[in-house]
Design a protein around this ligand. Structure first.
Ligand code: PEP
Length: 250
């Protein structure tokens, strides 16, 4: 089954009105293959501006959301609010949320469930830390993380979930995984889905690679069979480089 290549841009806590306008203008004028889907994830304050001015065939994603739809949760943003702003996507379980804000596997799973139930599409992130890779625990870590997500989902829910494999040692470090390293883990994750959810879900679920993707590394990475797109951090703030990454896939 053909999986449409997806390139996501995670701005993290970066940007300004000016930068949002620059990136929106570049994407609005950009041309790329119809076989590539693009989603950008600005910080919350810029979501509405971006959604209102960006071409409609490019998705807009939040970088987080809470499990409850409303109430006394100061500082949180609900799935209902995202939908109210016509935001179709949310990134959940990013390693920065897990490590800096202490989000557990179980909490990430619950958020993925809440977002999917609300009708949002989710980019759910998994990935091992450097020491875990060194200790030969990569597979165990990503399987534990994906299981916590799968435990919260019915097989049909996977139609709205994209996995992003983001080795923590590659995020923001300039140390990109080799195509072979990424392919190996993507293949294992797909195998996990086949064994624990269904072959159909394994075949249809997109698995993105994230971690220092650049215009230089994208062409080789995109050739791997189980790499179905990228989640791009730093380079998504550079409009022309982001367009080059999108165009690495034809
Ligand atoms: C990310 O934030 O998801 C990411 C992969 O960042 P970078 O591309 O900067 O490593």
């Amino acid at each position: 089954m053909a999986r449409k290549f997806l390139v996501g841009g995670n701005w993290k806590m970066n940007g300004s009105v000016k930068l949002a306008e620059t990136i929106v203008n570049a994407l609005n004028q950009g041309k790329w293959s119809p076989n590539v889907e693009v989603v950008i994830a600005p910080p919350f304050p810029y979501l509405q501006l971006v959604r209102n001015t960006l071409r409609k065939d490019v998705g807009v994603s939040a970088q987080n959301c809470y499990t409850e739809s409303k109430g006394a949760y100061t500082g949180e943003v609900s799935t209902e609010m995202l939908k109210d702003l016509s935001i179709g996507w949310v990134i959940l379980g990013h390693s920065e949320r897990r490590m800096i804000f202490g989000e557990s596997d179980e909490f990430v799973g619950k958020k993925v469930h809440a977002a999917v139930k609300a009708g949002l599409s989710v980019i759910a992130c998994v990935g091992e830390q450097d020491a875990e890779r060194e200790a030969g625990q990569t597979t165990a870590v990503v399987f534990r993380q994906i299981k916590a997500i799968a435990d919260q989902l019915a097989p049909a829910d996977w139609a709205n979930v994209v996995i992003a494999y983001e080795p923590v040692w590659a995020i923001g470090t300039g140390k990109v995984a080799t195509p072979q390293q990424a392919q190996e883990v993507h293949n294992e994750l797909r195998g996990w889905l086949a064994k624990n959810v269904s072959q159909e879900v394994a075949d249809a679920t997109r698995i993105l690679y994230g971690g220092s993707v650049s215009a230089k590394s994208a062409p080789d990475l995109q050739q791997e069979q189980d790499i179905d797109g990228f989640l791009v951090g730093g380079a998504s703030l550079k409009d022309q480089e982001f367009l080059q990454i999108i165009s690495s896939r034809q």
